[in-house]
Design a protein around this ligand. Structure first.
Ligand code: ADP
Ligand code: MG
Length: 632
C-alpha cells in the first residue's frame, strides 16, 4: 500500500537536511536510543506478565553493509504492528517535522538554527543521512511483520512482511555525501560517544583481545595466552552513577574517572555521588580534579546524559562557570534531549539543577573540611583554585565557604580567616586600627623580605595561586579594616604603619643630598628614591614596589577589573628606599671624596637591585667590574 505523509508543505526533507547538517551525526544516537526504549518497554511488559514467553538475547546489533551502502540497527524489543507504524512513525514522528517547518517559514537562517534545537526529531533524523529508510518490524503481540519504506519524499509505502523475529530493524540507505557513516571507525566513534552508557547492550563488529586458552598449555603447564576475536560490546550498561554509593569504594570511583577520561592520568581528589529524586530527577558523579596552572577547559569536560544517553559535553550555562572546573557526569531525564544550548540555559529545570549542584558541591566541601580535615588540608593547594573561583563568582557559595576557606602561611600552617585575624591582630594592627595581612607571592624570590618580617615577629601568608590577587581584592572589599600588603611593598619598618618614629641621624640637608646623589644614579622613569629613618639594623637600601601600583599593573595585565585598555601596558616601577640611619649611609655623607661616595652608593644600590633580580645586561657587567676593582 502507498500512502502520503500528511505534510502540507511540498518537501520538507531538503530543508531539514540542510539545516541539521552540522549536527547530523546525532541520527545514530536517536535510532539506537529508540531501539533501547523498545527493549526496555519489552522488559517492563514481560515483568508485568503482559509479554509472554522467553525474551531471549536482547542485545542490539549495529551493522554496516558496505556493498549495499546500508547501515542497520536491529533490536529485539516490542516491535510495532502495522497500525502502530502508521501512528507512531507516519503521523507522530512526522508531525514534529511539520511543526518545525511551520515555524521555519519566514525566519532567517540564524533563527532557524536556534529553532532546530526545540524539536525532538527522533526517528526522523535518519533522513539527514539517508536517501531511503526502511523499517522491518514485528510486534511482540504476535501479529504479522510489517515493512515500511520512505525515500525521503512525502510518499511512503507500507506492507505486510514475513518477519520471524520479534523486534525492529531500521535500514538506512546512506547518501553519497554521508558515506563516512559506512566506515567502521566512524560508527564506532559515534557509538562510543553517544551510547557508551546506554542501558541495553549494543554489539558492533568484532574486537581482539588476549585470553587464557582452555586447551593449549605453555611449557610450564600454564594456560597459553591466545588472541581471540569476540563480539565488540560498546557500552557499560550499568554505569557507576546508577549504583548505590553504599556498594562502592573510592577505587571504584577512581576507576570510573579513568573510564570517562582515558587520557587523564591524575587521580581525582574527591567525588560527589548525586542522587536526587525530588523536585527533579538527577543522578551522576562529580569529581574534583587536580587543577593545573595551565587548565585546558576544552578537555575532560562534564558530560550531560539523559537516561544514560549522551546529550552534550558543552555544559556552559547548565552549571555555573566555576563548576566547569569539575569533572564527571550528570544524568537527568529532566534535561531536554535534542535542544540547543541557548534553549537549555533558559530551561527552568536546568536552572534548578544548576543551583542544586552548587549546593551539593558546597555541602560536600563542608563535610570534607570537618570530617576529613587532614585530607582537606593536604589537598588544599589543588582545591583552592576551585573554591576561590566559586567564592569570587557566586555570593551564596562565598557565604558557605568563608568559614572553611583556609590561609596558608610560609611555615605551611593553615588558618581560617577568623583564626588568622586573632593570631596576628596584636602585632599587625596599624595606627588606624587596620589589620595588615602580609603575604608573599613567591617564597623563594621574596625570601629576604619574608625573613625580615619574621624577625620582626610578623606572620607571612603564601598567596601564590592563580586567582589569589583577585581573591585578595575581594576579601578587602568584603571586610572592613583588613588590608593585604605584599611583603616587598615597603621597607619592613613601614609595612605596618605605627605611631612610633625613629629620629634620623642625618640632618635635613644631608638627607636631601643623599637623595639627589642617588637620583643621579638611576633611571627616574623606573625608580623613585625615598629616604626613611629606619632602625640601624635595616638594610641601607631596599627595593620596594608600591602595593597599589603593583596591583594596578597586575590588573591591567590580566585584563580584569575593568582596567583593561585604560592603563594599557603600565611600566614597571620601583622605589629605592634609603635608610638614613644606616652607618654606611652616614659615613658616605661624612666623606669629601665624591668619586668614593658615588662608588659606594652605586655599589649599595646595585646590591639591592641584584637581590631582586633587577640587575641585568650592561648594569650587571658594570657592577661585577666595579666589585672586582673594590676587592683588588
Ligand atoms: P520518541 O522516541 O521521542 O518517541 P521518535 O521519533 O524517536 O520519538 O520515535 C517515534 C516513535 O516510533 C516511538 O515513540 C516509538 O513508538 C516508535 N519507534 C521508533 N523506533 C522504534 C523501535 N525500534 N521499536 C519500536 N518502536 C519504535
Ligand atoms: Mg526516539
Amino acid at each position: 500500500m502507498k500512502g502520503k505523509i500528511n505534510v502540507k508543505t511540498e518537501n520538507i526533507f531538503p530543508v531539514i537536511k540542510k539545516f541539521l547538517y552540522s549536527d547530523h551525526e546525532i541520527f545514530l544516537r536517536e535510532i539506537v536510543s529508540n531501539a533501547v526504549d523498545a527493549t526496555q518497554k519489552l522488559k517492563t511488559l514481560s515483568s508485568l506478565g503482559e509479554a509472554k514467553g522467553e525474551l531471549g538475547d536482547l542485545t542490539i546489533d549495529v551493522k554496516i553493509d558496505k556493498d549495499n551502502k546500508t547501515l542497520h540497527v536491529i533490536d529485539r524489543g516490542i516491535g510495532m504492528t502495522k497500525d502502530e507504524v502508521e501512528k507512531y512513525i507516519t503521523q507522530i514522528a512526522f508531525s514534529g517535522a511539520e511543526e518545525f517547518l511551520e515555524k521555519f517559514k519566514g525566519k532567517s537562517e540564524a533563527d532557524v538554527n536556534q529553532l532546530i534545537g526545540h524539536f525532538g526529531l527522533g526517528f526522523f533524523s535518519s533522513f539527514m543521512v539517508s536517501d531511503k529508510v526502511e523499517i522491518f518490524t514485528k510486534s511482540f503481540k504476535d501479529e504479522k511483520g510489517v515493512h515500511w519504506t520512505c525515500d525521503g519524499d512525502t510518499e511512503y509505502s507500507i506492507e505486510e512482511y514475513d518477519k520471524t523475529e520479534r523486534g525492529t530493524e531500521i535500514v538506512m540507505h546512506i547518501t553519497e555525501e554521508c558515506k563516512d557513516f559506512l566506515e567502521e571507525y566512524k560508527i564506532l566513534e559515534l557509538l562510543k560517544k553517544y551510547c557508551k552508557f546506554m542501558p541495553v547492550a549494543i554489539r558492533f563488529g568484532k574486537e581482539k583481545s588476549w585470553e587464557d586458552s582452555s586447551t593449549e598449555k605453555d611449557k610450564e603447564g600454564n594456560p597459553k595466552r591466545v588472541e581471540v576475536e569476540k563480539d565488540r560490546i560498546i557500552n557499560n550498561t550499568e554505569p557507576l552513577w546508577k549504583k548505590s554509593p553504599t556498594e562502592l569504594k573510592d577505587e571504584d570511583y577512581n576507576k570510573f574517572f579513568h573510564e570517562l577520561y582515558p587520557m587523564n592520568f591524575d587521580e581525582p581528589l574527591f567525588h560527589i555521588h548525586l542522587n536526587v529524586d525530588y523536585p527533579f530527577n538527577l543522578t551522576g558523579v562529580l569529581y574534583f580534579p587536580k587543577v593545573k596552572k595551565n587548565i585546558d577547559p576544552t578537555q575532560d569536560k562534564i558530560q550531560l546524559y539523559c537516561n544514560q544517553v549522551f546529550v552534550t559535553d558543552s555544559v556552559e550555562g547548565v552549571v555555573p562557570q566555576y563548576m566547569m572546573l569539575l569533572r564527571g557526569i550528570l544524568d537527568s531525564p529532566d534535561i531536554p534531549l535534542n535542544v540547543s544550548r541557548s534553549y537549555l540555559q533558559s530551561d527552568n529545570n536546568v536552572k534548578k539543577i544548576s543551583s542544586h549542584i552548587s549546593k551539593k558541591v558546597a555541602e560536600k566541601l563542608e563535610a570534607i573540611s570537618t570530617k576529613q580535615h587532614e585530607d582537606f588540608l593536604n589537598k588544599w593547594d589543588d582545591l583552592k583554585v576551585f573554591i576561590e573561583y566559586g567564592m569570587l563568582s557566586d555570593e551564596k557559595f562565598y557565604d558557605r565557604m568563608k568559614n572553611i576557606y583556609v590561609f596558608k602561611n610560609t611555615q605551611k600552617e593553615f588558618y581560617t580567616f577568623e583564626d588568622y585575624k586573632k593570631k596576628i591582630s596584636a602585632l599587625q594592627t596599624d595606627k588606624d586600627g587596620n589589620i595588615i595581612i602580609l603575604y608573599a607571592q613567591n617564597a623563594d624570590e621574596q625570601y629576604a623580605y619574608i625573613q625580615a618580617a619574621k624577625d620582626k615577629g610578623y606572620d607571612v601568608l603564601l598567596m601564590d595561586g592563580i586567582l589569589d590577587s583577585h581573591f585578595i581584592n575581594m576579601m578587602e572589599q568584603k571586610n572592613e579594616k583588613i588590608r593585604f600588603t605584599r611583603i616587598d611593598s615597603d621597607v619592613i619598618g613601614k609595612l605596618i604603619q605605627k605611631d612610633e618614629k625613629i629620629p634620623s641621624k642625618l640632618s635635613e640637608d644631608e638627607t636631601k643630598k643623599v637623595q639627589e646623589m642617588m637620583e643621579a644614579l638611576v633611571d627616574k622613569k623606573i625608580f623613585t628614591i625615598q629616604t626613611e629613618s629606619l632602625d640601624e639594623s635595616s638594610a641601607p637600601i631596599t627595593v620596594t614596589q608600591n602595593e597599589f601600583m603593583r596591583r594596578m599593573k597586575e590588573m591591567s595585565e590580566l585584563g580584569g577589573g575593568g582596567m583593561y585598555g585604560l592603563y594599557g601596558d603600565m611600566p614597571e616601577s620601583y622605589n629605592l628606599v634609603i635608610n638614613t640611619n644606616h652607618p654606611i649611609i652616614y659615613n658616605i655623607l661624612q666623606s669629601t671624596d665624591t668619586a668614593k661616595q658615588t662608588e659606594t652608593l652605586s655599589q649599595l644600590k646595585d646590591l639591592a637591585l641584584l637581590s631582586q633580580g633587577l640587575l641585568k645586561g650592561e648594569a650587571l657587567d658594570t657592577f661585577i667590574k666595579r666589585s672586582t676593582k673594590i676587592i683588588e
